[in-house]
Ligand binder design. Structure first.
Ligand code: PEP
Ligand code: MN
Length: 343
């Protein structure tokens, strides 16, 4: 249950409401938005009769929300959440960023070169996998610890933030020390024990939508992180599986993106690279995502995509990235949420 308070409700009135909730054996959590304050009732099993609250002053309305999902809903936090990576790099509200970089960190030089190029274009967040979830055990699995060091060195040199994927508790503990934002990949979207660990960290999380995940599945996974106390979560739409398709192609769910924005206060970005397996399709998808009001993009960029050790076919080279930026800049000028790289 969510209790929306009237504007101007006093602290004394709020305290009485909280005591009333605790009297029932439940917990109360206050959520202060820019326009209104709400009290979330935790721990009630089953239906709680709103009439109980008639005796309290200062209540504007009471919303019954699902028992499984409380914190992820917009009702709980009417204004958009802002996820802050530090140094003015933020997602949400009017803040929109491009994350870019190779699928995997392959060696020291290629990540340094990529970071140099991207930062010269204004990109503030460098991506690169050190621990890679591959569909074949015989494929390149990432440089692991060494890859993370190379990524961190390249980002430090070029004054960028880093995002990289954690696949398990071990890589999560390394990311917690090194990364500015921790990616949980599509394959782990429903790894609830890993999500709980993410919720206990004081670090922004980038959760990628699972291949078969419905909007409801996604909301549950986000709730797992929020419920453990970490409010800094960004969702990434990366395409859902199209059965029977060749080239492992999937479909970017733009309608899902708008539905998500209306039900949740959390930022959502779009990864136009992983759904296509074809780099020529990436720029149009990125532009469409902006039209649909995403809070940012994550794009795979590689100095020499044809030689890439993972996801080469969908990675843009530097020229292709530049070309895409020309169009994104035009769109950005018309957008309510201009991409920060053009500032
Ligand atoms: C990636 O970002 O390189 C990746 C493996 O993504 P996903 O989990 O969406 O497949
Ligand atoms: Mn990839």
């Amino acid at each position: 249950m969510l209790i929306i308070l009237k504007i101007g409700t006093t602290n004394k009135q709020i305290l009485k409401i909280i005591q009333g909730i605790e009297h029932l054996g439940f917990k109360a959590r206050i959520s202060k938005g820019s326009q209104r304050t709400a009290v979330l009732v935790h721990g009630n099993i089953g239906y709680l009769d709103a009439a109980y609250f008639n005796k309290f002053d200062g209540i504007s309305k009471i919303i019954h929300i699902s028992e499984r999902l409380k914190m992820v809903y917009r009702e709980n936090n009417p204004s958009d959440s802002i996820v802050n990576l530090g140094d003015g790099v933020k997602f949400g509200g009017k803040e929109s960023q491009i994350i870019a970089g190779p699928c995997s960190v392959e060696d020291k030089d290629m990540i340094m070169e990529t970071a140099g190029f991207l930062s010269s274009r204004g990109v503030k967040i460098l991506r690169g996998g050190a621990f890679k979830p591959r569909t074949s055990p015989y494929s390149f699995q990432g440089l692991q610890e060494k890859g993370l060091v190379y990524l961190a060195d390249a980002a430090a040199k070029h004054n960028m933030k880093i995002v990289s994927e954690a696949m398990d508790e071990y890589s999560l503990s390394l990311m917690a020390e090194t990364a500015d934002m921790i990616q949980i990949g599509a394959r782990n979207m429903q790894n609830y024990s890993l999500l709980k660990k993410c919720g206990q960290l004081d670090k922004p999380i980038l959760l990628k939508r699972g291949f078969n995940a419905t909007l409801d599945d996604v909301l549950v996974s986000l709730e797992y992180i929020l419920a453990e106390g970490n409010p800094n979560v960004v969702l990434c739409e990366r395409g859902i599986r199209m059965y029977g398709a060749s080239k492992q192609r999937s479909i970017l769910d733009f309608i899902g993106l708008s539905d998500f924005k209306s039900v949740s206060h959390l930022p959502i970005i779009v990864d136009p690279s992983h759904c296509t397996r074809d780099r020529s399709k990436v720029p149009n998808l990125a532009k469409s995502a902006m039209v649909y009001g995403c809070d940012g993009l994550m794009v795979e960029v590689h100095p020499n995509p044809d030689q890439a050790l993972s996801d080469g076919p969908q990675s843009l080279d530097f020229n292709q990235f530049d070309k895409m930026l020309i169009d994104l800049k035009k769109l950005s000028k018309m957008s309510e949420k201009p991409l920060k790289i053009f500032d």
